[in-house]
Design a protein around this ligand. Sequence first.
Ligand SMILES: Nc1ncnc2c1ncn2[C@@H]1O[C@H](COP(=O)(O)OP(=O)(O)O)[C@@H](O)[C@H]1O
Ligand SMILES: [Mg+2]
Length: 218
Amino acid sequence: MALIELEDIHISYPGQPAILAGAALQLLPGQRLSLTGPNGSGKSTLLRVILGLQAPQRGTIRAFGQPRTQETDFHEVRRRIGLVFQDADDQLFCPTVAEDIAFGPLNLGKSKSEALEIVDRLLSDLRLAHLRDRITHKLSGGEKRLVTLATVLAMEPEVLLLDEPTNALDVKNEARLIEILQGLPQAILLVSHSAAFRAQITSAEVEIREGLVRPVGP
Ligand SMILES: Nc1ncnc2c1ncn2[C@@H]1O[C@H](COP(=O)(O)OP(=O)(O)O)[C@@H](O)[C@H]1O
Ligand SMILES: [Mg+2]
């Protein structure tokens, strides 16, 4: 059973050629897949469609074997599929790193002490314990990126969607991110302009071309 299955996805904006015109995509358990395509081709849009953050004009979305149509269907999808946003500042909104990481678990109904346990375990696993009490908006771009990944992992998702995760990353933090992602058990759908990064994280690639998701090739 596919974790994610999109079929015949159509998205267009008034007065513009269609962005997606019949796009289909499958992500299988354990799979690590890159989604490529030129700027503006609809990669971020497709990630939003998977999570029900943007409704296609046509097409079907299945996740974990179930068709997902209504907003309420997507609540479970967003719990089980974590998205690391393109812009870390869109994902961090608490004063400190620990509060940002605790936010998701608290929202899922965990107690304060359970949430703090998750924060400390995750920061230790990711070797980011030194950031625990830092003020989020004062972190470097690279530190923010690693913390956004921690906020997503705190929800224990089964699938990770990563949208340009190497943006604003220096060489050292990019190496850390690669190491962390290689050690994770989740299936991954990755959007990245860096071929070298894609090669380290994923084993297959598809690209958006003329509104369709196609195998990479000429
Ligand atoms: N609200 C909107 N109104 C009009 N066009 C939009 C809107 N949102 C996104 N687009 C357009 O949709 C296209 C796909 O965007 P996006 O999915 O962000 O591309 P990518 O992530 O591949 O760079 C872009 O050309 C963008 O300008
Ligand atoms: Mg994008």
